[in-house]
Design a protein around this ligand. Structure first.
Ligand code: ADP
Ligand code: MG
Length: 265
């Protein structure tokens, strides 16, 4: 267990990053935001809620005695604190790691089971200014748990033919949570990643997204190789010294400002 030396944050933003499917850039967004926060000295907790554990690999904790799977199995209020470990990025980025066994938790559904993560995080999130929940590549039980534990949700999509349809399904999942007793949950926005701004197809798909969702569409994250290179080296992209790293960092900085801004309802 790791505790922050910082006093409790005045406000905490708990943000879920979700999408209908995998490979669209959720984990990269979580890591990009965590890196931007780290560069500003903002105490941040990453909750890896994907059994593929990609965020856990990138944040490379020295030891991880408990995972988020153990936390959900235990389910006691506040027990998540026992699973928090230091990341290799520095003291401001901490992690609740994932593991393959988390798959089993997705199958355990019962009335109220979508609130398990929220219960286990009680009294835990207030030590951080930012809590980022990296969701699995679907809108099932684990993603529902993320939504009920969050006050904001960010929908990620790729700039493809399926973008509007995929984003709409994720927005619906947020609405279902809001209409089922979690009214505090707000949509932070919809964001396209891996965008090549001069590629006509991407321009067209971005315009389609804006037509469907208006100003809920956030400035896109560009396709930059530094994002992949930094992940491979287990460092934040903000420390990757190249034009590509700088372009990625700038995009994540803009997004972090939006994530930390007061919720517009
Ligand atoms: N903006 C980007 N530019 C370049 N590569 C990216 C970008 N976003 C994601 N990737 C790469 O695409 C792949 C899938 O991204 P990932 O974040 O793991 O998606 P998800 O978490 O939705 O499955 C990874 O190899 C990642 O490094
Ligand atoms: Mg992922």
């Amino acid at each position: 267990m790791v505790r922050t030396s910082a006093p409790p944050a005045d406000t905490t933003t708990v943000l879920s990053v979700l999408s209908l499917k995998g490979g669209v850039g959720k984990t990269s967004l979580v890591l990009g935001l965590a890196g931007a926060a780290e560069a500003r000295g903002i105490p941040t907790l990453v909750v890896d809620l994907d059994p593929q554990a990609n965020a856990t690999s990138a944040l490379d904790p020295v030891a991880a005695p408990y995972s988020v799977s153990d936390v959900l199995h235990d389910a006691r209020p506040g027990v998540a604190t026992e699973a928090i470990v230091a990341s290799c990025w520095g003291p401001d980025v901490q992690l609740i790691p994932s593991e393959r066994a988390l798959e089993h938790r997705a199958a355990e559904t019962a009335p109220g089971s979508e609130r398990r993560l929220r219960t286990t995080l009680l009294g835990v999130t207030s030590s951080y200014r930012l809590v980022l929940i990296d969701c699995p590549p679907n809108l099932g039980e684990l993603t529902r748990n993320a939504l009920y534990a969050s006050d904001r949700a960010l929908v990620v999509t790729e700039p493809s033919f399926f973008a509007v349809q995929s984003a709409a399904q994720a927005v619906d999942a947020i609405e279902v949570a809001r209409n089922s007793g979690h009214e505090e949950l707000a949509l932070m926005g919809i964001i396209a990643t891996r965008v090549r701004p001069r590629f006509a197809e991407h321009k067209y798909r971005l315009a389609e997204l804006r037509e469907a969702f208006g100003d809920a569409v956030l400035p896109p994250i560009p396709d930059r190789t530094a994002i992949q290179q930094a992940q491979g080296a287990c460092v934040p992209v903000q420390r990757w010294r190249s034009a590509s790293g700088k372009a990625a960092s700038d995009a994540f900085d803009v997004l972090l400002d939006e994530a930390l801004a007061p919720v517009r309802r």
